[in-house]
Design a protein around this ligand. Structure first.
Ligand SMILES: Cc1ncc(COP(=O)(O)O)c(C=O)c1O
Length: 388
């Protein structure tokens, strides 16, 4: 099956691929087999080293694991810290800012993941004004709309780099430049770009970036990450904090926190160590392959999916322009949810989102034959009794 595609050699590293057509890495990336040994290593370390494990690596793990993400998103060593998830990272970042002054607008793009908006609306009680820039079709958003929304009262601009529903890519560079011209900060949600699309937080000049490991990074649940531009660090005092963010955590000083100078400043309580063990194999593999190679394959395979869908007469709802298309192709068919369930019964995993359609995501381990299979099966299910 490897043929001319060198990335197919990775298939044997992912046990689920032996029996399942796995086109759902935009939701839960496949588990690498080495994750099982990594989790075993966690258990053995705890069992044999006990409390000493903290000073033998566990304490530093939010940063050492973050370094593996850093090399995927263009951040330097010590600039990314691990957290449990994106929602927590959003809460930490927004808790650093003063929403009570005249500059109190938070601009959120209309394609943002809802959980980010839930966090933002919670800031209204502190004086924040939340301005959502609507998307006309729920799938895309012209960059000009975002640029026009940013003004002198804007404190933070929140952008989902690649929209979860449609895989539409937003122009992070242009939005960041405009925000900075206006004196505003930018937080980017990289969940649907990191690992499948080249991202460079430094080149983009991002102030904050966050994402998680569940999807393209094949790292499993419980490992979100937070990047903060290093020169902003000393001016930021997160209200959402904890003892690990203290300069001298083991002095257990009462009263207001004396923040650490490094990225530990953005930590809080005891980290979810097993999740960090579980996450790192996926990061190592993505680093080993390189995101450029993953993107090149993804562009070729998403293009092929669109071609196959067109030939089968299925309606494609995701962006056809490769420059604005992330790793997912969305195909809209009647009774899409039922079709998705039937595909699962046939051991083909994709998912369905209302107001969008069936989301199909090839990743570096996907074989071209699987693209043909999913489109053929969708076509046959649509024609069959399931949809009549
Ligand atoms: C773009 C995006 N951001 C955030 C989230 C939610 O992240 P978490 O569960 O880590 O808070 C998701 C989940 O699908 C997502 O797609």
């Amino acid at each position: 099956m490897t043929g001319a595609d060198p990335l197919l050699r990775w298939r044997k590293e992912f046990p689920i691929l032996a029996k399942t057509t796995y086109l759902i890495s935009h939701s839960l990336g496949a588990m690498p087999s080495r994750t099982a040994s990594s989790l075993q290593q966690f258990a053995e370390t705890w069992a044999t080293r006990g409390i000493r494990a903290w000073e033998e690596g566990w304490w530093e793990m939010p940063v050492t694991t973050g370094n593996l993400i850093g090399s995927i998103i263009g951040a330097g060593p010590g600039e990314v810290v691990m957290q449990q998830n994106v929602s927590i990272c959003q809460s930490i970042v927004t808790s650093c800012l003063d929403w009570n002054g005249p500059r109190n607008k938070l601009i959120t793009d209309g394609l943002n993941f809802p959980s980010n908006d839930y966090v933002y609306h919670g800031l209204e009680r502190q004086g924040a004004r939340i301005c959502r820039v609507p998307s006309a079709d729920g799938m895309s958003l012209p960059t000009e709309r975002m640029l026009d929304a940013v003004d002198e009262q804007t404190l933070l601009v929140s952008v989902s780099h690649v929209a979860f529903r449609s895989a539409f890519i937003q122009d992070l560079g242009a939005i960041t430049r405009r925000a900075h011209e206006m004196g505003a900060l930018v937080i980017a949600d990289l969940y649907h770009s990191a690992g499948v699309l080249p991202v460079d937080v430094r080149a983009l000049g991002l102030d904050f970036a966050t994402g998680g490991s569940v999807k393209w990074l094949c790292g499993g649940p419980g490992a979100g990450y937070l990047y903060v531009r290093p020169d902003l660090r000393s001016g930021l005092r997160p209200a959402a904090t904890g003892w690990m963010a203290h300069r001298h955590p083991f002095e257990f000083q009462p009263g207001p926190i004396d923040f650490a100078d490094d990225a530990f400043r953005f930590l809080n309580g005891t980290p979810g160590i097993p999740a960090l063990y579980s996450a790192r194999s996926g990061y190592e593999i993505v680093n080993e392959i390189g995101v450029e190679a993953i993107r090149a394959k993804s562009l070729r395979q998403t293009e092929r999916l669109i071609e196959l869908a067109d030939e089968a007469g299925l309606s494609v709802r995701s962006c056809r322009d490769p420059r604005s298309r992330g790793g997912v192709v969305v195909v809209d068919v009647p009774k899409g949810e039922e079709v998705t369930r039937e595909l699962a019964r046939r051991e083909i995993l994709v998912d369905y989102r209302p107001n969008a359609g069936i989301r199909i995501a090839p990743h570096f381990y996907t074989a071209d034959e699987e693209l043909e299979l999913v489109i053929t099966e969708i076509g046959s299910i649509v024609k069959s009794a399931v949809c009549s």
